[in-house]
Ligand binder design. Structure first.
Ligand SMILES: Cc1cc2nc3c(=O)[nH]c(=O)nc-3n(C[C@H](O)[C@H](O)[C@H](O)COP(=O)(O)OP(=O)(O)OC[C@H]3O[C@@H](n4cnc5c(N)ncnc54)[C@H](O)[C@@H]3O)c2cc1C
Length: 530
């Protein structure tokens, strides 16, 4: 029988995988003291959240679909951003949901929306709750319901003829891949949050997987969608491609729960790769690596992994202590030939491939840098929570820009983060996570100490400074973390106002009372009362 595991209500992932107090202290001693002034005290994990009584009573016809207990409500109050974890650790649950609703069927979703409209409650769709942009957190004053789709969790038909799968919104990454594996198929979509995030969440946020090039965003996999709006269902046609006017799917992809509840989708799948080859490449200067990545993409090569780590990132997460940058490079398919071509380009830009005897230069098994990177990548969210308990602010900022803007953007974001950090002490690292022929998607990690209790205020200042730096330098406010509530002011500076009006018009048509995720993606009038 499968072991029951409890998910952490305040932090990332499984409760039993969080670092305990001793492990936090060891982390402080071994990895942090040389870099940052920290006192080594550990913020305790809160137990039994205390919440005000719910202001809503579940409808009698579907009472069993609702939960009103404090743990369910507290665990749906926030996503998993730094800001969320630190507030939960301090026991600060600003606007917890009054109720959590777990629909099991599409008619349940319809009934929940009808009921919410009738009683004037806001509804925030919730997939895996891994949002890092305030996407699942209601910040208004009125009553609200978190609509948790995790029980809408069936993988339907696997269509081997047409290489597609029909899947419900609440299915998380591992369950979907487990259903596809016996057919030799894969969705090939692996965001870092893969274990807990859901199909509905990926579609609603236009998530990007960890493949660095080629089809990596979930949009590429969408064949058709079914969405329940307060005005009724909207379904798109299942075809391999269509030029029939603006796309129905595109309206709902990235709509972040504001236009409707995505209940299921047909997604394109592909054969599992049989051949892989990978290595890591050292670059004495980060800029050489950047030039090599650009050349690889512009030569038409499409590596599955093409992560360029700056020297500090390489040291912290790949165990590289030689002060050089690292490019983690991998191919699928006729991989050995492609890898050889990419390594030739790297050599032209001053890059040296890892020793073949350590699994490098074309080996099918990952080398030491890649192995260390992979395990650190998978543990990173748990480590992040430990750093927060140790009194550090840990924020990640991701964007994309053209190659010609990258150097200035990199300098501006680094300078803005350092200037906004308390006492100007911050570790700022950069890795390129995704690469396109016309530009990279850089991902910055910012770590800085903050006075206990002042973490959110300091985070707000850093977030404002780096967001302004990103958009002033010509980057998008988000490459794949979505908009939610935290990125909205910056998106409003980038998005054409006329287009925002178009979205508002769509919102008024589909959700005239404004019950769906108010405050996310675009400002809306407060929830209408019946
Ligand atoms: C440690 C960590 C790593 C991450 N790595 C990545 C990454 O590699 N790539 C990436 O793209 N993102 C990443 N994210 C961000 C996050 O995982 C993605 O945004 C993900 O797509 C959210 O999926 P979810 O199921 O958890 O959705 P939730 O967080 O529950 O919801 C996200 C948004 O979608 C809406 N929503 C959810 N389900 C539905 C639905 N069925 N219908 C309509 N609206 C819905 C919600 O209302 C909310 O606005 C990461 C987050 C964390 C904490």
């Amino acid at each position: 029988m499968a072991r029951w595991r409890e998910r952490s209500w305040w932090g990332w992932g499984w409760a039993d995988e969080a670092l305990d107090d001793d492990a936090c202290r060891r982390l402080a001693e071994t990895s942090l003291r040389p870099w940052l002034p920290i006192d080594g005290s550990v913020l305790p994990v809160p137990y039994d959240p205390v919440l005000p009584p719910p202001r809503l009573i579940p409808p009698s016809i579907m009472q069993e679909a609702f939960a009103a207990d404090s743990t369910a409500r507290a665990s749906h109050a926030y996503g998993k951003a730094f800001r969320d974890v630190v507030r939960a650790l301090h026991g600060r649950l600003d606007h917890p949901p009054d109720l959590v609703c777990y629909p099991r069927t599409v008619p349940d979703v319809v009934a929940a929306l009808d009921w919410a409209e009738a009683v004037g409650a806001a509804v925030v769709p919730y997939g895996g709750g891994t949002s890092v942009v305030g996407g699942v957190e209601f910040r208004g004053d009125g009553p609200w319901v978190s609509l948790d789709l995790s029980r809408l969790n069936r993988v339907g038909e696997v269509d081997e003829v047409n290489h597609a799968v029909r899947v419900q919104a609440g299915v998380a990454g591992p369950a979907l891949e487990a259903a596809l594996r016996p057919h030799g198929l894969t969705l090939r979509h692996y965001p870092q949050s893969f274990e807990f995030s859901t199909v509905g969440g990926w579609l609603a946020t236009r998530a990007a997987g960890h493949y660095a090039t080629g089809p990596t965003r979930i949009d590429d996999a969408v064949e058709a969608l079914r969405v329940i709006t307060p005005q009724g269902p909207v379904e798109s046609l299942r075809v391999p491609g269509s030029g029939a006017g603006p796309s129905t799917d595109r309206l709902f992809l990235g709509s972040e729960g504001t236009l409707g509840v995505i209940v299921d989708a047909w997604l394109r799948v592909t054969r599992r790769p049989t051949e892989k080859a990978s290595t890591s490449v050292r670059f004495p200067v980060y800029g050489q690596g950047v030039a090599a990545v650009r050349a690889i993409l512009q030569e038409g090569l499409r590596p599955s992994n093409c992560r360029l780590l700056d020297p500090v990132e390489a040291m912290l997460n790949a165990g590289a202590t030689d002060g050089q940058a690292r490019l983690l490079l991998g191919f699928e398919g006729p991989s050995a030939v492609l890898l050889r071509d990419a390594l030739t380009i790297c050599a032209e830009h001053g890059g040296a491939a890892a020793d073949p005897t350590d699994g490098g230069a074309g080996a099918t098994a990952p080398d030491g840098d890649q192995r260390t990177w992979r395990s650190s990548f998978l543990r990173a969210p748990y480590t992040r929570d430990a750093l927060i308990r140790l009194g550090l602010i840990v924020e990640t900022v991701e964007t994309a820009c053209t190659w010609s803007r990258f150097e200035a953007l990199h300098a501006a974001v680094t300078a803005a983060a350092q200037a906004a950090a308390p006492a100007r002490v911050a570790v700022v690292t950069c890795r390129i996570t995704h690469a396109y022929p016309d530009g990279p998607a850089p991902y910055f990690t910012i770590i800085t100490p903050a006075r206990r209790g002042a973490e959110v205020a300091v985070w707000d200042e850093i977030k404002a400074a780096v967001s302004a730096a990103v958009i002033d330098a010509g980057g998008t406010i988000t490459h794949h973390h979505a908009v939610g509530r935290d990125h909205l002011p910056w998106l409003d500076r980038q998005r054409d106002p006329l287009f925002t009006d178009v979205l508002r018009a769509a919102k008024r048509t589909l959700d005239p009372r404004g019950i769906l995720n108010p405050g996310a993606l675009f400002e809306q009038p407060p929830t209408a009362r019946p």
